[in-house]
Design a protein around this ligand. Structure first.
Ligand SMILES: [Zn+2]
Length: 443
């Protein structure tokens, strides 16, 4: 299966697992020592915990290394070396890229990269796009605002690494982007699930273009939201575009650590560039076998300016029971992708609710539009959960059937009762990047 591409060769993806694990230990030791020696933040953290580079002799020893989390990074930024604070592990003048996190809550985390780190970021994206079938002959449209967020910046550079031709969608609006894709006969694109569906909607309703028939897009890399690993959402995107849609996962501080391959039986963890551990959310015990989801703790090897070592990402993931993937990659598989965030899983009426479960129900109902909104409120002591949905034009007469199906399936999937609010088609908010569809107004 391996590469014929001119510029890039993902040879590490098929290393035998023992070799891969050895490589991971060496890489962990190297980044740990780098951070200990060069980042005052990490030095103090490890010194305080009584651990130093010589103490990491096996992969099991890694458990002794203190974890870090986003709040710690927020707390040190804004100080010298400005604005990154004492986590910075290179001289400030070596930084060539500024980005910030795009999370939906709180103050963003500032993210510096050196030119070498930036090349590494493109490398990690190249693994993703190559696994999704991107090759030299592809003309890739990137409908992204090239903003202060990292989003698809590295995807752009990764396309070039693989040898694709890149069309930067930049400041064009959605309609202009679609027309440009058609004009240039682009073959692939990358966007968030929300925007992938939104663009198809605009194409059909505003331009009279059916993306599945009138455009040449045949593969799409989804990012930023879990949609592509939710079967009902994936199906909607694939039908709308007549294309294969692939998922991957990543975050600004961590890099892009996981991706589906063409076999699509879960997400491969990029174990050449990351160490991914799964921990029980309650006890913090390591989870090494399939069958139980937990919170991801991730270490990013090789990225030097802003090291990311045992970062508690709060993403909920689970190991896959499939050990050997048909694609030939030896990187370990997850079951599905990121199934939620530890922060998002919330108690409503005493029941644990993962918002993805609602999406799975809504998007599987063909009479409903792609958009929906969930609002949790409190009246007195009682939680109230409302689900706002839109019927597609022409399907209004089927409202009773839809209502019955929603109540039934939501009950089975989430064990909760909802106030259903059918909204006028087009009245719910549309999003270009990360959507905010779950609103908890109880606090
Ligand atoms: Zn595979």
């Amino acid at each position: 299966m391996m590469n014929t591409g001119k510029y890039w060769n993902p040879i590490l993806e098929t290393l035998p697992r023992e070799k891969l694990r050895k490589l991971q230990l060496i890489k962990f030791q190297r980044i740990f020592k780098w951070a200990y020696d060069n980042s005052p933040f990490y030095h103090d953290l490890y010194h305080g915990a009584g651990i130093e580079p010589g103490d990491i002799r096996t992969l099991d020893d890694i458990q002794k290394v203190p974890k870090v989390e986003k709040s710690m990074m927020r707390a040190i930024q804004g100080k010298e070396p400005y604005p990154y604070g004492s986590i910075l592990a290179v001289p400030l003048e070596k930084v060539t890229e500024y980005r910030q996190t795009s999370g939906t809550t709180g103050q963003p985390v500032y993210h510096p990269e050196t030119w070498r780190d930036w090349d590494w970021s493109a490398e990690s994206w190249a693994y993703i796009l190559y696994a999704h079938g991107f090759r030299e002959h592809d003309r890739v449209f990137i409908p992204f605002g090239y903003s202060i967020h990292i989003a698809f910046w590295a995807a752009h550079y990764a396309c070039e690494k693989i040898g694709c031709e890149v069309v930067p969608g930049g400041v064009l609006d959605t309609e202009a982007r679609i027309l440009k894709m058609r004009e240039l006969r682009c073959t692939a694109l990358t966007a968030t699930p929300t925007y992938i569906l939104g663009m198809a909607d605009t194409a059909r309703n505003k331009l009279g273009i059916n993306p599945a028939k009138d455009l040449n897009i045949r593969k799409i890399t989804a990012a930023g939201e879990p949609g592509a690993s939710i079967p009902a959402t994936r199906k909607r995107m694939e039908e709308a575009w007549g294309a294969r849609v692939y998922d991957h996962a990543g975050a600004t501080e961590i890099g892009h650590w996981g991706y589906e391959c063409e076999a699509q039986c879960g997400m491969h963890v990029n174990e050449a560039l990351h160490l991914v551990e799964i921990e029980d959310v309650g006890t913090g015990d390591p989870i090494t076998e399939p069958g139980q989801g937990g919170s991801m703790v991730v270490t990013t090897f090789d990225r030097l300016a802003h090291p990311c070592i045992r970062f508690d990402s709060k993403d909920i993931i689970e190991w896959n029971s499939i050990e050997k993937c048909d694609c030939g990659r030896t990187f370990r598989l997850l079951r599905g992708g990121v199934s939620g965030r530890a922060d998002d899983i919330t108690k409503v009426k005493g029941v644990l609710l993962a918002p993805n479960a609602i999406e799975e129900v809504v998007r599987a109902i063909p009479q409903l539009c792609d958009e929906y909104e969930v609002v949790v409120t409190k009246k007195g002591d009682r939680d109230n959960i409302a689900l706002r949905i839109e019927l597609l034009p022409g399907r209004e007469a089927e409202i009773d059937a839809v209502q019955g199906r929603l109540i039934r399936e939501l009950r089975v999937k989430t064990d909760l009762r909802y106030d259903l609010e059918f909204c006028r088609y087009g009245s719910l908010p549309r999003y270009e990047t990360k959507a905010k569809r779950f609103k908890d107004l109880r606090k």
